[in-house]
Design a protein. Sequence first.
Lengths: 208, 208
Amino acid sequence: MLLYQDPRAPNPRRVRMFMAEKDLGGRGVSVELIEVSINEQANRAPAHLARHPLGLLPVLELPDGRVLRESMAICRYLEELYPEPPLFGTDAWDRAQVEMWNRHAELELLFPVAQVFRNTHAFWQGRIKQAPEFGEIMREVVAERMDWLDHELGHRRFVAGDAFTVADITAVCALDFGKISNLRIAEDRHRNLARWYGEVKARPSYKA
Amino acid sequence: MLLYQDPRAPNPRRVRMFMAEKDLGGRGVSVELIEVSINEQANRAPAHLARHPLGLLPVLELPDGRVLRESMAICRYLEELYPEPPLFGTDAWDRAQVEMWNRHAELELLFPVAQVFRNTHAFWQGRIKQAPEFGEIMREVVAERMDWLDHELGHRRFVAGDAFTVADITAVCALDFGKISNLRIAEDRHRNLARWYGEVKARPSYKA
């Protein structure tokens, strides 16, 4: 398989972490990482637009040439092919909890973090239309959501329960992506979040 | 089961349409719809915040009191309990396609449509911080995405393939939600989209 991706972008990282947790390499499953640099606008070049008309990353290409877009579609497909360890839950209710928390991590953390970056960071100046006012609104949302997640992580080990799941991957990728916009866990204020972050950071997949 | 929802909001409608496609009523599964009015800010009242700390809708409550948030977590849970007809795909690759297209419909249509509404509509003035400039950027995105979806629907009957799926539900709820912000399918320009819309509108679930 080929994974078209940018090593600096949060969504490709979600898929790389997912693949590392599944130990695809250890199973003898070959995944070649192919860099498509957003900085150099290679994602807007015809070669990539043929894979993804919107120029987004990552894209998975199967040996027969079929392509799959959207990080969570790729991860769910890999979960079906390689069910162990389960990263989307283990029974109907547990899977619903994982989906709920992965959605919360996406919509309440990753999304506003990304909008802060897109609308306020110099990287995007002249590349896209920015609305700094919206970025600042989203900055406040991120702070509130970090408080919420910190509170939630006082009740359990991982984002969706006692087991590490895709929801932890999404949350850690969102929080690390926030650093470029100076959105950071406050270690004194967010003790539960900091405890969880340290635990996730210690996993080999964190460096994927 | 209880579904806390607002009859005018797009996300609760996704779940109601999903339930109608599953014919839960015809199976003897009781789902009571309980209105939580966003207009009257009942979603910000303590009773609802106890169900959803962020005050969002819908929320599903099971007979034993457990609650489930996030539309897609609710729909996936119902898909597990009532697999027929399948609305998330039928095999690993098909399920990946449905997830991909449902994500596209959410992130590329429903999300920007919602941001146009939140950031430019009088309904939200004085209720939330608005960034009209961002709303106008998202208005352009919606127009581009409608062109894209129109092109895609020239190749197949439904959003994710030959079968009606959750991706069609998300797309039609997004497009109908756009009307309040004057975002509309252009019948002459979007012939494929208009053909698909007519087909989805004719299903009994459309009125759910």
